[in-house]
Design a binder for this molecule. Structure first.
Ligand SMILES: Nc1ncnc2c1ncn2[C@@H]1O[C@H](COP(=O)(O)OP(=O)(O)O)[C@@H](O)[C@H]1O
Ligand SMILES: [Mg+2]
Length: 231
């Protein structure tokens, strides 16, 4: 792998949680390099630490030790303000359970991160275009609860794209959906991945259909990334 093509570089990352007196070591010396514009499926047993690893990549949590680089940027070297700004501009997140604000319309949910974003002009127009792209143009003024699971996930994907992030992180995005709806979501990701602008996608999954679409498969086991197979 050419060095300048590495988008995300994780070096010697450790992360544990303490519940009372009990310490759970989740990530135990993770080393992982992710190529720019690649699509990686992240597999691993339930409880193996996939979500934990994704939250570190998404700057939602910090490792106990070790380093995370995005290009030349080392996460830990950024101030709180810089990391908020960097995260908002660079990273889009899609969660298994959508995480929409129930009191806002679908349109408002999608443009909210654009409002607090930096440099995205016309975020409302952009949100409408994205909702059109994900097939929800007619539903934009509805509340999330009025949408099906698949539609909410489409809206969540539009929201994740509002600031045109270089990196799209998805935590079991088809996990709550039936297989037909899930396939629709996956083809949307595929469309996003094939766009000219390019985008690095890391998607946690149990779904063999996802693994089949991805460029790379990584597996988290015993606190480490143990395989990364070129297909
Ligand atoms: N905030 C937390 N506090 C305490 N333990 C946690 C926390 N988040 C995750 N864990 C524990 O860390 C382990 C890994 O969790 P997680 O990253 O969610 O795994 P996965 O996504 O692979 O199912 C589990 O044992 C889980 O109970
Ligand atoms: Mg998880």
């Amino acid at each position: 792998m050419e060095k300048n093509n590495i988008h995300i570089d994780i070096k010697n990352v450790f992360k544990s949680y303490s519940i009372g007196k009990k310490k759970v070591e989740v990530l135990k010396d993770v080393n992982w390099q992710i190529e720019r514009d690649s699509w990686t499926a992240l597999l691993g047993a339930s409880g193996s630490g996939k979500t934990t690893l994704l939250t570190l990549l998404g700057m939602l949590e910090k490792p106990d030790s070790g380093k995370v680089f995005c290009g030349d940027i080392e996460y830990d070297k950024l101030s709180k303000r810089q990391s908020n700004r960097f995260r908002n501009a660079t990273i889009g997140f899609v969660f298994q359970s959508y995480h929409m604000f129930p009191e806002l319309s679908v349109l408002e949910n999608v443009y909210l991160p654009g409002m607090i974003g930096f440099g995205v002009k016309n975020y409302k127009k952009k949100a409408m275009e994205l909702l059109d792209k994900v097939g929800l143009k007619e539903r934009m003024h509805h509340r999330p609860s009025e949408l099906s699971g698949g539609e909410q996930q489409r809206a969540a994907i539009a929201r994740a794209l509002i600031n045109e992030p270089e990196i799209l992180l998805a935590d079991e995005p088809t996990g709550n959906l039936d297989s037909v709806t899930g396939k629709g979501i996956l083809s949307l990701f595929q469309e996003i991945h094939n766009e000219k602008s390019g985008r690095t996608i890391i998607m946690i999954t149990h779904d063999p259909n996802v693994a089949a679409l991805a460029d790379k498969i990584a597996t988290l086991k015993d606190g480490q990334i143990i395989t990364q197979t070129d297909k």
